[in-house]
Design a protein around this ligand. Sequence first.
Ligand code: SF4
Ligand code: SF4
Length: 366
Amino acid sequence: MKARLMRSEDLAMLVNAIRRRGYEVVAPFCNKGRDTYYDTVTDENIGRVRLHVPNPYYPPKRFVLPPIERLLRVKRANGAYDIQATYEAPKRAIFGIRSCDVAGIYHLDRFYLGREFPDTYYARRRRELLLVNVVCTNAELDISDACFCVCTDTGPAARDHFDLQLMDLGAGELLAVAGSSAGEALFEEPIFTRAAQEHVERRRQILSEVRKRFKTTTCWFSATVRYVSQGSVPERTWEEIGNRCLECGGCTYVCPACTCFTVSDRPTGRDEIERVRIWDSCALGGFTRMAGGHNPRKSVHDRRNRRFFRKLAHYFIQRELSMACVGCGRCAAVCHGDVGMPSVVEMIRRAAALEEKIEPVPADGR
Ligand code: SF4
Ligand code: SF4
């Protein structure tokens, strides 16, 4: 991957260079404290684009998989039906997307595009999406107590699947790495200068320091993958997790790697309807309810174990080439019952350890 250097004071010039190429640029903005959100960059707010802001809870996956998206419009006229697929594919750049969220979008790519029948709606949006990744280097602003991308190997610096990556080297310098031809094309801008080996070495040193600043480290992840895949998590542990779940669906809606949706038709006029797809959540009772009212996953703990099976079981990892968790920590931050991913990993590992059956040999050796 090719690298160039730029000044951090030229950030707005880079954003404008992307806008001039026809992209709507969305970037994270900061209100007070932890209140951050993605919004479209305009001439008015471009001065507030920053490199270091706490990662917004509402993930940028919505720019490629909207929470509600129209799929079809159906009109009835003179006894006949006119059915039109409705596609929207805005040319859009996510500026300042964190490495965990880049991995989240790659996970969505594998799910929506990686199999026999690619999702046309997703494919069209994805084709027009440019990702400008910012490496989390500021331990106070970028890295929250709940982040654990170091354990899922998705951060703090993404290794691939971005178009351009920016990393703060300090002293007003940013190292820019191109991950695609679209990213490399931006190097034509005069704000970029040559990078030297010393800059690459500084990047390596900064990353090795930053990795030590993570407070959440779920080093039991691989063991948990094994227990979940083998089905050896005790039922009472799933019950304990289920008992703590309030079924709000928050963990799903903030998760950059959750893929599930439902499809619904709704009237839009006297003789017309639209078909929409809407994010759905395995936490919610209606998720597995079938026509006729039967629900194979009626109890909360049955639905909760489904979430962690889907995220950690070997079968899905093989299919999508990654766990369905990228270590963003959002579910840990929003869950009222403290059953976000790091807590669950810990509960499962502890329960598995307690299951060990070791019996001392009695004195007579029998
Ligand atoms: S955020 Fe917590 S309480 Fe809400 S659905 Fe998810 S696990 Fe349950
Ligand atoms: S499961 Fe939790 S930590 Fe993992 S990607 Fe989803 S929201 Fe982030």
